[in-house]
Design a protein around this ligand. Structure first.
Ligand SMILES: Nc1ncnc2c1ncn2[C@@H]1O[C@H](COP(=O)(O)OP(=O)(O)OP(=O)(O)O)[C@@H](O)[C@H]1O
Length: 260
């Protein structure tokens, strides 16, 4: 069942001396429980697309619907995770992960316990009273993950959440995020520059063109890669074929396999 439906989306930024058409004719869907990635050249409009889907930015034309409802403002059914963790430095880890519940007026004993359980799942329960500055970058992103999941959003928007991490931490975070999302049957939309990450984590990948961005090609990743965590998917026999196919498409050579 289609959970997110983006239709005929266009975004134009009108500036004093110029007009930038960032997105043009974007149509995409995310089904319930699907993990979708968006890749494309730097500056093509990936973050802009996510901001529109999050209801943070209005489209110039077209619609975004979540569960059939048009998105025109931030919705509790959408969670956001970014490259920077944006934790409040003056709040403890426990206070940081509870902030969404408090803002939404759903902070109660049950939700607090569920959130502490999430903190335990990511291995940070014993750091609940620490402050962000006392944690490593990877730990802080795990806190950001818990904060996002605490309010139980159905759609997770992930804007390069691993790109500031060292390579080993990034691979571990990919597995953790993937498992936590899959076990809860959430839908997710990941923006990444990392082709390998997109293949290892996704059911489908949308490749955007350079500006004005439209969808150049959609790659469907075989279900057999989804049966394992991203780290193992990277060692799957078809992984390199997907990588070559996407790479060549990005370089402008269309080999025509593995796409819709
Ligand atoms: N608020 C804004 N006002 C004017 N132009 C903007 C605004 N936000 C984004 N843009 C422009 O829209 C285009 C797309 O930007 P966006 O950040 O969405 O790209 P991106 O694909 O996420 O980039 P990157 O891969 O480098 O993170 C760029 O040309 C950018 O300068």
């Amino acid at each position: 069942m289609t959970f997110l439906n983006v239709s005929n989306l266009q975004k134009v930024f009108f500036q004093k001396s110029s007009v930038i058409t960032a997105l043009e004719d974007i149509d995409l869907t995310v089904n319930e429980g699907e993990f979708i990635s968006i890749i494309g050249p730097s500056g093509c409009g990936k973050s802009t697309l996510l901001s529109i889907i999050a209801g943070l930015l209005p489209p110039t034309r077209g619609t975004v619907q979540i569960n059939g409802e048009t998105v025109d403002q931030p919705s509790p059914s959408t969670g956001y995770m970014l490259q920077q963790d944006y934790l409040y430095p003056w709040l403890s880890i426990k206070e940081n992960v509870m902030i969404g519940l408090k803002t939404m007026g759903i902070y109660n004993e049950k939700n607090e316990q569920a959130t502490l359980h999430l903190l335990d799942e990511v291995g940070l329960f014993d750091r609940a009273d620490d402050y962000p500055a006392e944690l490593s970058g990877g730990m802080r992103q795990r806190v950001a993950l818990v904060r996002m999941l605490a309010t139980q959003p159905k759609l997770l928007l992930l804007d390069e959440p691993f790109s500031a991490l060292d390579y080993q931490t990034k691979l571990k975070m990919e597995d953790l995020v993937f498992e936590m999302i899959r076990s809860r049957n959430k839908s997710a939309l990941l923006v990444t520059h990392d082709i390998g990450e997109a293949i290892a984590m996704s059911d489908r990948i949308y490749l955007l063109t350079k500006q004005p961005a439209h969808i150049q090609r959609t790659f469907v990743i075989d279900r057999s890669l989804r049966e394992s965590v991203p780290f193992e998917a990277r060692q799957h026999e078809t992984f390199n074929d997907y990588f070559q196919d996407i790479w060549q498409e990005m370089e402008g050579v269309n080999h025509g396999s593995g796409s819709q």
